[in-house]
Write a protein of this length. Sequence first.
Length: 156
Amino acid sequence: MAAAKKRLLIVWSSQTGRTRQLVEAACAGAAEFADEVDTVTMRALDAGLEALLAADGLIVATPENFGYLSGAVKDFLDRTYYPAEGQVDGLPYLVLVSAGNDGSGAVRALERIATGFRWKRVAEPLIVRGEPDPAAQAAARERGALLAAGIAFGTL
């Protein structure tokens, strides 16, 4: 009998389409492990507790808005924090930021929240300033593959 597939959840928000490009690249990387991992992408406003609790790994992709996370991503985190408390400890995650500025505020905010959730960061945050070029898309793809491989083979 085949083992149950693992689940990679990608929660994202995008208004300009730049963050969406990073999500698509991360999905392409995760697809390298499609036999072992189901990749589920959800807009942050549609994602909730059930999706988070079912995840074996998480990518949060957000634009930088006013030096912070997007409101939709922050809303997802707010809605799931207390109900998920103690149930997602050690969840491997990584972050993708589409920045108009330097992206550091969005990263700091997410890492602080992730500490509260007790998630485990598995790669340096990817901050992409402006339009995602081929190098940025390759970096997002690599991160998607890294997280999918890690949860598929239990190394994270």
